[in-house]
Design a protein around this ligand. Structure first.
Ligand code: ADP
Length: 640
């Protein structure tokens, strides 16, 4: 659809807000505008090269893909041009008049709430095209889509305030010119040397030539005189970074390349670059970011790995190359073993892709293993804080690598009782008590809830460490990870505990004499009767030392917390009954034993209280509080 006249349109609200932030926040690092525009130009050429595999005529008249940076000092203009894919009128409006990315809104909210001038936050988001407005008070984009007639060109202009215009224009060549009308005080960027040094700094790794004009004195033919001519000069190294030898690539270059492919402003946490030749030939360069993107929790969101075949860009977001639980990884994979015309459908069925995927997964796990082994654990902790919960999905999804992933897990535990997850399963095993053959854990709704759970009482007393799990995924994690290094994982809230074999804090084996359950069979029976079908069983507890009661489920039953999650997700759950454990040594229980008349109230009170601690809620809170009030009143009356 083409409209013959110039139209003025409004930026989408979010685009407006972002623009404003950008122009005010990034003034300390203005030069990055060039990197962003060159990065876009390079992507546009990649896209064209890919299209041209099936439509070679697109490249025909102008086959040398390149990016040009031109300066007009007099008019204060910088033009960044490419002969890439170009944009139609509709695409221009869609791509640079709106911000389609999910999470934009959330991002902007986060910004306004906290520090709106925080460049790091903006960086996480990636600034892209809009960075042009850091140095320009007007930007003109002239574009023509590859394969269209010259008459189908489109001209977009904006002063970076509320509106932009679009109008048809004739454009002889395919691709896009971004023309920056520099602000008055940004003259420094008209200097060719300055621009060249910026290109070196940020864009050396771009595989296409970035060309600038240069004046040169040459000797005239048949004469000693010289004349000044203007020639093209390729400013960057112009070879795909990942194809270069590792020893020739500096850390800074790796980091710049990361920024290019990830659209992340910050630095990567770590990376791994592998060039493999053999049965399967491929190069992979994979990065772990320092911070999670806003849409990390959307399992459908774009993945970060680009696929190249023999240096030709094939696609962004190659989901087939890494499993969903590694969606935080950014990078490129380049292989000689796939056909250039590979499609998503082929990718999904190709055995070569399976092999590539296995290789990439191994690379990522090895990279994380290395990071975890570093003496200074702060980098691994950064990783874990940002992406740990995503990696945990791997335990459920990736059986082949379960052990390797398990080694990388970090938890909170009763060892330090802090919320930060720093304890590995290996740490745990090292600290196991004599006679202990299980890895104990407790899952629950929040760290605070698990930390103060009555289930931990006997473990704390004996000094036996318990892992404290309160991430949502942990319920699934523990149902998939049933043992580690030959040691079963055991929930302290499930089944009967056999703790006799474990030595106590001071090495003693036997607990001090407790009330003998045999002598109190009667009260247990009465409680069971009083509770009716609320509890499957009532029994004397070995878990409790300080609390009067707790809820336990059978070994293979779902924990009350998981049941609650499933119900909240709309699942109907089988109506299984919990087990109530009672601490016969607790003073309240002793009072209850002497108060047979109120057995129903007491039993239900102990049950509800235990349920409340377990799940944070009750089916019938009203009855609970009425019962508790009655009981308190009666006890007070008794005293008077
Ligand atoms: P990003 O590059 O992170 O997607 P940008 O704001 O930089 O975000 O660009 C938005 C979109 O505009 C790009 O995804 C691309 O589709 C389009 N675009 C930008 N520059 C060019 C260009 N030189 N040629 C073709 N399309 C471009």
């Amino acid at each position: 659809m083409t409209t013959a006249t110039k139209e003025t349109m409004e930026f989408q609200a979010e685009a407006k807000q972002l623009l404003q932030l950008m122009t005010h926040s990034l003034y300390s690092n203005k030069e990055i505008f060039l990197r962003e525009l060159i990065s876009n130009a390079s992507d546009a050429c990649d896209k064209l090269r890919f299209e041209a595999i099936s439509r070679p005529e697109l490249l025909k008249s102008d086959a040398e893909l390149a990016i040009r940076v031109d300066v007009d000092e007099k008019k204060r203009l910088i033009t960044v041009s490419d002969n890439g894919i170009g944009m139609t009128r509709d695409e221009i409006i869609e791509n640079i008049g709106t911000i389609a990315r999910s999470g934009t809104k959330k991002f902007l909210e986060a910004l306004t709430e906290s520090q709106s001038k925080d460049t790091n936050l903006i960086g996480q988001f990636g600034v892209g095209f809009y960075s042009a407005f850091i140095v320009a008070d007007k930007v003109t984009v002239i574009s023509r889509k590859a394969g269209e007639d010259p008459s189908q060109g489109v001209c977009w202009t904006s002063e970076g305030t509320g509106t932009f215009t679009v109008e048809p224009i004739n454009k002889e060549s395919r691709g896009t010119d971004i023309i920056l009308h520099l602000k008055k005080d940004e003259k420094e960027f008209l200097d060719g040397f300055r621009l060249r040094s910026i290109i070196h700094k940020y864009s050396d790794h771009i595989s296409l030539p970035i060309i600038m004009k240069k004046t040169e004195k040459v000797k005239k033919e048949d004469s000693d005189e010289t004349e000044t001519v203007v020639v093209d000069e390729t400013v960057n190294k112009a070879s795909a970074l990942w194809t270069r030898s590792k020893k020739d690539i500096s850390d800074e270059e790796y980091k710049e390349f990361y920024r290019h492919i990830s659209h992340d402003f910050g630095e990567p946490l770590t990376y791994t670059h592998n060039q493999v030749e053999g049965k399967l030939s491929y190069t992979s360069l994979l990065y772990i970011p320092k911070t999670a993107p806003f849409d990390l929790w959307d399992r459908e969101q774009a993945h970060g790995v680009k696929l190249y075949v023999r240096r030709v860009f094939i696609m962004d977001d190659a989901k087939e190359l890494l499993p969903t639980y590694m969606r935080f990884v950014k990078g490129v994979v380049d292989t000689d073993d796939l056909p250039l015309n590979v499609s998503r459908e082929i990718l999904q069925q190709s055995p070569i892709v399976d092999k590539l995927r296995n290789a990439c997964v191994k690379r990522v796990l090895d990279m994380l293993g290395k990071l975890a082994k570093k003496k200074d654990s702060s980098d691994y902790q950064t990783f874990w804080k940002e992406f740990g919960r995503v990696l945990k999905e791997g335990i459920v999804e990736d059986h082949a690598n379960k052990d390797k992933i398990a080694k990388l897990l970090r938890f909170s535990s009763t060892f330090e009782d802090k919320e930060e997850q720093t304890v590995s399963l290996d740490d745990y095993i090292e600290r196991m008590k004599e006679g202990q053959d299980k890895i104990y854990y407790l899952t629950g709704e929040s760290f605070a809830a698990v930390k103060s759970s009555p289930h931990l009482e006997i473990f704390r007393k004996k000094g036996v460490e318990v892992l404290l799990l309160s991430d949502r995924i942990d319920e699934w994690l523990t149902s998939s990870l049933t043992e580690y290094e030959g040691k079963p994982l055991q929930s302290v809230a499930k089944g009967n505990l056999e703790l006799d074999k474990i030595c106590g804090k001071n090495g003693e084996k036997k607990e001090e004499k407790k009330t003998d359950p045999e002598e109190h069979k009667a009260i247990i029976e009465k409680m069971k009767e009083a509770l009716g079908d609320r509890a499957k069983e009532v029994r004397a507890s070995v878990r409790l030392t300080d609390s009067p009661s707790c809820i336990v489920v059978d070994e293979h039953e779902m924990s009350p917390h998981l049941k609650k999650i499933m119900q909240a997700a709309g699942q109907t759950m089988p109506d299984t009954k919990p087990i109530l454990e009672v601490n016969l040594d607790h003073p309240l229980v002793k009072v209850m034993e002497k108060d047979e008349d109120r057995m129903t109230d007491w039993a239900n009170f102990l049950f509800d209280q235990a349920m409340l601690r377990e799940t944070g809620q009750l089916d019938d809170p009203g009855t609970f509080s009425t019962r508790l009030n009655d009981l308190l009143l009666k006890l007070t009356e008794d005293k008077q």
